[in-house]
Design a protein around this ligand. Structure first.
Ligand code: C5P
Length: 215
């Protein structure tokens, strides 16, 4: 039994990795499994929310009873899907591992390996989370921070810089990527609490915090 504390709330969640193509058959990505974002979507539906899940390519089945499931590949596609779905959104949770760099140029045809050395030039991708926060269209904006050192300090810096309501800090050295279990610290301006357990259990706790049930 899950209390319906998110009834009537629209929640947009991003999940999984992004892919930035170098040529038609090669891309740059990361090891995100999407499990945390999918667990959040599943638990948010269980708590009565109207959920839009925008996901990079994963091996997971989308949870039942979503209002909308949108699969994307690139940062650009994820950004467009997010911006298109912001209307009337109460909570935005950016659990996706959004790629920070994309090739300056994408080759139209497969790059031949007989060229010997190949230098790839990258540029920054747009920051979707910062853009959502700056748009002021969403009441509660929640980011994730994968950190390897000074976890709380670095996450607090991101909370301020991106003007977020909450940030969920993960220690990637503890191997949260791909695991069914996780441990994180949820940080808000006057809030700091550690949660550990299965990604579903932790997702439920995160939703209680960002939904205003725990602070
Ligand atoms: O600055 P950093 O990449 O560590 O911030 C992580 C948070 O920002 C995550 O919530 C991630 O989903 C989001 N992000 C984004 N767009 C990017 C990079 C990160 O929305 N280009």
């Amino acid at each position: 039994f899950v209390p319906k504390f998110l009834k009537g709330k629209k929640i947009v969640i991003t999940a999984g990795p992004t892919r930035e193509y170098i040529d038609p058959v090669r891309f740059i990505s990361n090891p995100s499994s999407g499990k945390m974002g999918y667990a959040l979507a599943e638990m948010a539906v269980a708590a009565g929310a109207d959920v839009v899940l925008i996901s990079g390519k994963t091996c997971l089945k989308p949870p039942y009873n979503l209002r909308n499931f949108i699969e994307v590949e690139t940062v650009d596609e994820m950004r467009r899907a997010v911006l298109k779905n912001l209307e009337g959104t109460d909570i935005f949770i950016s659990a996706a591992a959004v790629g920070d760099f994309t090739p300056v140029q994408k080759a139209e045809n497969k790059i031949k390996k007989n060229c010997g050395e190949f230098i790839l030039k990258l540029k920054r991708t747009p920051d979707i989370l910062a853009e959502v926060s700056a748009s002021k269209k969403v009441k509660t904006v929640v980011g994730f921070a994968a950190e390897t050192e000074n976890i709380v300090e670095n996450a607090r810096k991101k909370l301020m810089e991106k003007n977020l309501d909450f940030i969920v800090a993960n220690d990637v050295k503890k191997g949260v990527f791909g695991s069914d279990k996780t441990s994180c610290i949820v940080i808000g301006e006057d809030f700091e609490k550690r949660f550990s357990g299965t990604k579903r259990e932790v997702a439920f706790s995160i939703l209680k915090v960002v939904g205003g049930m725990l602070n």
